[in-house]
Design a protein around this ligand. Sequence first.
Ligand SMILES: Cc1cc2nc3c(=O)[nH]c(=O)nc-3n(C[C@H](O)[C@H](O)[C@H](O)COP(=O)(O)OP(=O)(O)OC[C@H]3O[C@@H](n4cnc5c(N)ncnc54)[C@H](O)[C@@H]3O)c2cc1C
Length: 298
Amino acid sequence: MLSTNTHILFSEFEYHAPTTVNEVAELLSEYGDSARVMAGGTDLLVQMKMERRRPAHVISLQRINELHTITQNGALTIGAATAIRALDQYVTLNHPSLGARLESLSAACNLFSSVQIMHMATLGGNLCNASPAADTAPVLLTCDATVTIKSKTAEKTVPLADFFVGPGKTILGPNEFVTYIQIPLPAQNTGSAFRKISRVVADISQVCAAVTIVRDGNIVQDARIALGSVAPVPFCAEQARAALVGETFGPELAEHVGNLAAQEIKPISDVRATSAYRRSVAFVIVRDALMQAWDNCG
Ligand SMILES: Cc1cc2nc3c(=O)[nH]c(=O)nc-3n(C[C@H](O)[C@H](O)[C@H](O)COP(=O)(O)OP(=O)(O)OC[C@H]3O[C@@H](n4cnc5c(N)ncnc54)[C@H](O)[C@@H]3O)c2cc1C
């Protein structure tokens, strides 16, 4: 196995460019384990250059129009091949009222590497790659997102919280792929925020955190807190959430809940950061995200 990201793809493969989701399902059913779906290719092509993956068949989603669409009907339904940049533009520019409630999603898209990567990388690819550091995963967990999974014979919708199994692993079988991601439209008194710490701006997170708060006067009516790069899968801080819901919000509560979240996570030391650093930073960014989400509630 190569340890560096060279510019050469060593293994030969057959490239498929279907135009419908049924064709993708058909191809996956035919080629199974020897095939790999490709959306933007910003993870897959790197893995292929490093020979971590050697698919004999690469099935591109780029020509499937419906997987690039975003619609609103009680929920925001996002085609899996929607680019991070397109998603940001939809939430921020086209729907200012939605943007205020989904500030965390917009912030995660904005902080996503470089402009080039934002244009190629997709939401579906970010989730299906199943990196514990995927920036959109904590945000979508705090939005109670679901994913629709299709194969030749079946279609099902599952909570995102059940989608991740371990680093690089999801519940997807070899014949399955993700078609859509759904986010229930947040109530008007909802505020959210996203914070990310990375070594340089255009890098994967050392730690990231997303918060959603539903506000009733001075009380936290409901909340979600999720973090990335702090556990084998994107992590929901349930103890911290329990300490927040039903309480009167203020800086002391944000500090206390930030501390609880930092205790609850299971960070490791790796090339990007030590576990101690991740824990210290988690406290700060959860506290700050809570304060900002509260302000964003309106
Ligand atoms: C320079 C650089 C900077 C980066 N910065 C960031 C960053 O700041 N934040 C961040 O979170 N990530 C970052 N990444 C990682 C990567 O860009 C993201 O994870 C991106 O969202 C992957 O999307 P993609 O469409 O390119 O996925 P692809 O590379 O096409 O696919 C990734 C994996 O998901 C599978 N897959 C894709 N779509 C589907 C589907 N619909 N159904 C089933 N399986 C599917 C593929 O088979 C593959 O295994 C960076 C990568 C690079 C190279």
